[in-house]
Every structure is written in C-alpha cells, then in structure tokens.
Write a protein that binds this ligand. Structure first.
Ligand code: SF4
Ligand code: SF4
Length: 450
C-alpha cells in the first residue's frame, strides 16, 4: 500500500503547479450520451494522410462499418458510430483540424451492427495479427495526439520499455482518471497486449499523486493478475510510478525524464531509445478492438466548467455535435464566455456548438466570465521565470524578443522548433507576455527556412 505523503515522487525539470479544478467531475460515474438523430463524422480524425470516403449519399450503413480510409500507412480508418443512411458528404468544421470532409448520417436508432469478432484469448494471436486488428479498428493515441497507434507499434529496432500514461496533467480533465477506476481490468488487458506486441521487459504505469483512487484501483488489479497468472503467459509486473502533480507531466518526454531519468534529444523520438509511450485511453481502445472486435467509434469525454448544469464524464459517439451532447448534460446554467476543446493549457478555443466530437477530444470546457482572467501584456522585466519553468530548456524571452524585433537570423540558435507549446512559460510570465504566440511565429519562420 502507498503512503503518498512520504514516498518520493518522480518529476521533470521545470513545469508549473496549476489549480486542478477536477472536482466538478472526478467523483461522478461515467454515463453514455445517446446517439443523436444526425451524426456528422469527419473523415479524418488522426495525424497523417487524410481518408477517402468508402460510402456515398443514399447508402445504408451499419454501426461499426468502415466508412473512410486511406491507402497510406500513416492513417487510421473511421467507422460509423450508428446505423442509418448517408445523407451527404460535405466540408464541416472540425474542432482540431479546421474544415475537413465529413459524412452526414441519418441515425435510424436501431444500432444495427456489423458482425463484431469477439476473441477470448487475443494474446495468443501473432504480433502482426494484433497490429492489424488495432489498425483496422482505427485506434489512435487518445491522449489528444491522435497519432495512428499501429505505426508506433511497428518501429524498427528493439523496444525495451513501455510507459503507460495515466498522468492527465491538464486541469479540469478527468476522463483518464475515471477510466482507470471504471475500466481497470480492460486497461490492464490492453497493456498486456501492447507488451506482447512490443516484447518489452519493463512496463511502467505513470499516475500523478492527485489520483489516489486510480492508483489504488490499478494497483489492486495488477496484484490480483500476478497472483492468478504465471509470468510465462505474458503477465509481467506493471510497475506503478507515482508522479508529482505538475504541468506538463503528461508530455511523453517529461514522463521519460521523470521515470527513467533519460532525456529524449532534439530531433529524436522515444522509440529511438527503445521506449514506447501509450495513453490509458488507448489501452482501453486496444482492449475493445482485440477482445470485443469493436472499432473506435466513441470515447470518454470530460464535459466540464462552471457553465454546465451537470458536468461529468460521458461516453460520446464520434460525430455527435456539441449542442446535442450539451442537451444531455442538462444544458447551461449560464452562457459560456469561452469554450475550449481539450485542457485549458493546450486546448483549442471554439466559436460554435456546431462542432462534432472526434477521436482527439479529451474534454470540452465551458468557462463562465468569472472563471476567466484577462491580462494586459506589459514589458518583459527579464525575471527569467519563463526560463525556469520551460520543460525543454528553452529561453522563451529571447525567442519572443527576436520575433518582436524581426531578428529572424538569430532564431536557429534558440531552437524554437523544440517547443512543445505547453504554455507553462506564458502562464508563469510576470508581465503576461503571450509567449506561445511569439514562439509559434518563430516556429513558422524556422520551418519556412527549411
Ligand atoms: S517555450 Fe514552449 S516548451 Fe517551453 S514552456 Fe514555453 S510553451 Fe512550454
Ligand atoms: S517571464 Fe515574462 S517578464 Fe519574465 S523574463 Fe520571461 S518574458 Fe520576461
């Protein structure tokens, strides 16, 4: 049993301590939002090549039917989350990737599904078969990155270490926390399938110290599993690593630093060092694909913020418009002053409720005026707070100065390309300089030079 107060906790250099604001939703059981009458499903919901439609207006589709895919390897197919009729295919706003083609489906309410191939022992399948199942199910990184998972599992060279990311360091978001409590064994099954595919010798499950209930649930399940099965069946110990709740602890490179004390050098990937990082939500999706034969058609999303009557965690089918989902949450207590998809630090502000949920949506935050703070930018006082908190050792104030005074030729010495856009520097800035905006500009300039 853990004594959280006295144990030493891993962390990385820099970072900021944020007000968590997770109390709105963390103790509420996850509910499913019923599928709306009309689904607007973006054809591409991943990082990589865009998908082409496999259906046309007038076609009937079944729940789980593949309706978009690409021949390019760096892609993930999309599947219909309902049964019904395709009304149209048209460009539609996407909360993450601007406007993209989307399939509009009239839901017949029957949930008539394609045949789902259930498997009792998928761990007995070959590595390549498992990777194919994960690819065909359209699984992508569900921590928000949406990189196709099968690509990360098919890397050349030996992978020695698997890190499962249960940090969930952004304020307000609790979907991963709830998943670890409610789908503990399913996540564990997904972790063991990953271990089987990658043939790793170390598995770490990283959870921040503000998620005690998730730590205890996962720890109990791991102990029971080890008691029940022999190591030869692939059930090696999963080591839980309790991390300091600090932002941006959930970044891949920050996790690696905190757990293994290793730096991922600029231009390199964790896989170059024999490490794969996967989110707990992705492990659950892998479980569903391999055991239940279910493609990725829905996910757990945190709907939260002071404006909602009933904030909570909800299973939402992809293509559900925010306005339909809000109705299920009892509507608004007051009109939101700001809507953010994702966490408040790295999320994307939205201008409408006519936005469909997609694979990369971890949460939607509806903030009231009282929850927002507005600041005037003032002159940099050279306090170096931004330098102290930067988790990748950049000098944000210098990058800002070079951009402000158009000294573009100095930028390459300041490496703005290494910035992970976490926003810790802007948050800590004494003069409230919008540093991330300046750094994004610097990145664009640098990219154009290449
Ligand atoms: S410079 Fe980039 S990586 Fe460093 S704190 Fe600022 S946003 Fe984060
Ligand atoms: S934190 Fe803000 S005020 Fe301080 S050095 Fe950085 S940019 Fe300047």
């Amino acid at each position: 049993m853990y004594n959280i107060d006295t144990m030493s906790k891993g962390t990385f250099n820099g970072g900021v301590f944020l007000s968590e604001r997770k109390e709105y939703t963390v103790d509420k059981k996850t509910k499913a939002i019923p599928a709306p009458r009309e689904i607007i499903l973006p054809l591409s919901q991943h990082i990589g090549s865009p998908n082409e439609p496999l259906v046309k207006p007038g076609d009937n589709v079944k729940l789980g039917q593949r309706i978009g895919e690409s021949k390019s390897p760096v892609s993930a197919p999309v599947h219909s989350p309902v049964s019904g009729r395709v009304k149209s295919i048209q460009d539609f706003s996407n909360p993450i990737y601007r406007k993209t083609p989307a399939v509009v489906i009239e839901n017949d309410g029957n949930d008539e599904s394609v045949e789902l191939v259930k498997r009792e022992n998928p761990e007995e399948l070959s590595k390549q078969e498992l990777i194919r199942i994960i690819r065909d199910a359209g699984v992508v990184g569900l921590g928000g990155a949406t990189f196709p998972t099968h690509i990360k599992l098919n890397v050349p060279g030996k992978i020695d270490t698997l890190i499962i990311n249960g940090a969930e360091c952004e304020p307000y978001l609790t979907c991963d926390h709830r998943l670890m409590i409610e789908k503990t064994n399913e996540i564990l099954n997904g972790i063991y399938l990953l271990a089987r595919i990658l043939e790793v010798s170390n598995i770490f499950l990283a959870i921040e110290d503000n998620k005690l209930s998730a730590i205890f649930a996962m720890e109990k399940a791991i102990r029971e599993r080890i008691k029940k099965f022999s190591r030869s069946k692939g059930h090696m110990p999963v080591q839980i690593v309790v991390l300091k709740a600090k932002y941006p602890q959930g970044g891949e490179n920050q996790l690696i630093k905190a757990i293994l004390k290793k730096e991922v050098l600029p231009g390199k990937f964790p896989t170059d060092m024999g490490i794969v990082v996967q989110n707990v939500g992705t492990c659950f999706a892998i479980y569903q694909a391999a055991y239940e034969g279910k493609p990725l058609i829905e996910r757990c999303v945190t709907f939260t913020g002071g404006c909602l009557k009933e904030p909570g965690n909800f299973i939402v089918r992809f293509g559900t418009l925010l306005k339909d989902a809000i109705e299920f949450c009892g509507g608004f207590r007051e009109r939101p002053a700001k809507i953010i998809i994702g966490g408040p630090m790295m999320g994307i502000a939205q201008y409408s409720l006519d936005i469909p949920t997609v694979k990369g949506v971890t949460g939607v935050i509806f903030l009231s005026k009282r929850e927002l703070k507005f600041f005037e930018e003032s002159t940099c006082i050279r306090c170096a707070r931004c330098v102290d908190v930067c988790p990748v050792n950049l000098v944000p104030t210098e990058i800002m100065r070079m951009v402000k005074y158009s000294r573009w030729h100095y930028l390459d010495k300041l490496h703005p390309g290494d910035c992970i856009e976490c926003g810790a520097c802007a948050y800590a800035c004494a003069s409230k300089v919008p540093l991330v905006q300046y750094i994004k500009l610097a990145k664009l300039k640098e990219a154009k030079k290449k």
